[in-house]
Write a protein that binds this ligand. Structure first.
Ligand SMILES: O=C([O-])[C@@H](O)[C@@H](O)[C@H](O)[C@@H](O)C(=O)[O-]
Ligand SMILES: [Mg+2]
Length: 440
């Protein structure tokens, strides 16, 4: 006899469940925080980065936090999903997903979400679900008195290592004073930038965002970093700015220097062609960004390291599913980051802590954020020796700073930005600029 366990048919007796986990209210607050003029393969960061803060409030008065992209089309989807969530049980994550799916039934999946011109076909449902799932886990943890890492199976590390994330950059936004980092437009300035990041945060790995200058200049920059930091693993990520041939040439030139080369060229097929010819592992957060990209990528041997990101892989539990797939197929696992605030850092830290096969220091844009701007009460998330200690208090371990939230929401209202547009901003400064992938 078989038992039908299709999730749609499950009628669970919830009478013995932890009290107080039903959602009574959901707040979605768009926020903007200052961002330096960081250069990448599609343009330059605008003066503000946009995020959305999700707050799930339950019948017990307990609230849970999630953070996601702040682009208007995504924000509107979050609001549509939020409208479906009243009465949902935070312990019933499949139900949360069903409601999010229902809210997107008529959605064509188009519109921005905060990855700018970076190639991504990541699933809309997963992107929308993610902050609600994180917020639900935050509530769960608070109700049962355990940190989110425990809900994910238990922390296998007490602190999560992150890498220094170097960017070529202008001294300041056009028409505005230089920021404290100053310009970084050549190898020497990148070495200075790395020195400051390593001194201030203790990072033990270094990533360079490339795809900005011709490949030979970026090779020279990596070689200068290698000379200055002989013991730090190095990574280079040109966000698919190179052809297959250029990628192979750069990969060979940096033999023995990079721990991995990230997204040198577009598409799974392109990456597979490069992977066959270069000595180092290839990593991606561009050609494998959803579960249905995994089978062709595995079949073709296109990537050896996947950069997970709970913001587009559907939350923390689905990211653990990704980790299991990577483990099964012998692929490494690292973690991707966009510009983010403290809720995301807390979620990334819990996830990384509870993911045994996370083999590399995670990415974070954190050093680029003004420490005075955040939506969480300061003090919990601190970098020591390049790592963030995993919060041990219930839930995510971070509390909403309501004044900070109000300030960054006000900044959102007045900043004039509603969608990330690195290319458009660059074109306003340099009308001849064209975004091209691959460029070299
Ligand atoms: O913020 C940036 O400029 C990054 O290039 C970001 O958009 C990427 O998504 C990311 O950091 C990456 O690793 O590709
Ligand atoms: Mg990348």
């Amino acid at each position: 006899m078989t038992t039908d366990v299709r999730t749609t048919d499950v009628q669970l007796d919830r009478s013995t469940r932890t009290e107080g986990g039903r959602v009574v209210r959901v707040e979605i607050t768009p926020v903007a925080f200052r961002d330096p003029p960081l250069l990448n393969a599609v343009g330059v960061h605008e003066p503000f980065a946009l995020r959305s803060v999700v707050e799930l409030v339950t019948e017990s008065g307990t609230y849970g936090l999630g953070e996601s992209y702040g682009d208007l089309p995504h924000l509107q989807r979050l609001q549509r999903a939020a409208a479906e969530l009243a009465g949902a049980d935070v312990f019933d994550l499949p139900e949360l997903r069903r409601r999010v799916v229902a809210s997107l039934a008529a959605d064509d999946g188009r519109g921005g979400h905060g990855m700018s011109g970076m190639v991504t076909g990541s699933a809309t449902v997963d992107r929308v679900l993610s902050p609600f799932e994180v917020a639900a886990l935050d509530v769960q943890g608070k109700l049962v008195g355990r940190p989110v890492s425990d809900l994910l199976g238990g922390a296998v590390r007490a602190a999560v290592p992150f890498s220094a994330y170097l960017f070529y950059k202008w001294a300041g936004h056009p028409g505005m004073p230089a920021d404290s980092w100053g310009a970084a437009l050549d190898a020497g300035a990148l070495v200075d930038q790395a020195r400051r990041m390593v001194d201030e945060f203790g990072f033990t790995a270094i990533k360079l965002k490339g795809g900005v200058f011709p490949p030979e200049e970026e090779i020279a920059a990596i070689e200068a970093l290698r000379a200055a930091f002989p013991d730090h693993p190095l990574r280079l990520d040109p966000n698919a700015a190179w052809t297959v041939d250029t990628s192979i040439a750069v990969g060979r030139a940096l033999d023995g220097v990079l721990e991995y080369l990230e997204d040198p060229t577009p598409t799974i097929e392109g990456m597979a062609a490069v992977a066959r010819e270069v000595p180092m592992p290839l990593a991606t957060n561009m050609c494998v960004v959803a579960f249905d990209h995994l089978p062709p990528a595995v079949r073709q041997g296109a990537v050896q390291v996947v950069l997970s990101d709970h913001h587009f892989w559907g939350g923390l539990r689905r990211s653990q599913g990704l980790a299991a797939v990577c483990d099964t197929f012998g692929m490494g696992l690292s973690m991707h980051s966009n510009s983010h605030l403290g809720i995301s850092l807390a979620a990334m830290t819990h996830l990384a802590a509870a993911t045994p096969n996370l083999d590399y220091a995670c990415d974070t844009h954190w050093p680029w954020k003004d420490p005075a701007e955040d939506v969480v009460v300061p003090g919990v998330l601190r970098f020591q020796d390049g790592a963030v200690a995993v919060p041990t208090t219930p839930g995510l371990g971070v509390e909403l700073d309501r004044d900070g939230l109000a300030r960054l929401h006000e900044q959102y209202l007045t900043c004039g930005l509603r969608q990330r547009d690195d290319t458009g901003y660059m074109q306003r400064v340099d009308p001849s600029y064209e975004a091209r992938s691959p460029r070299w």
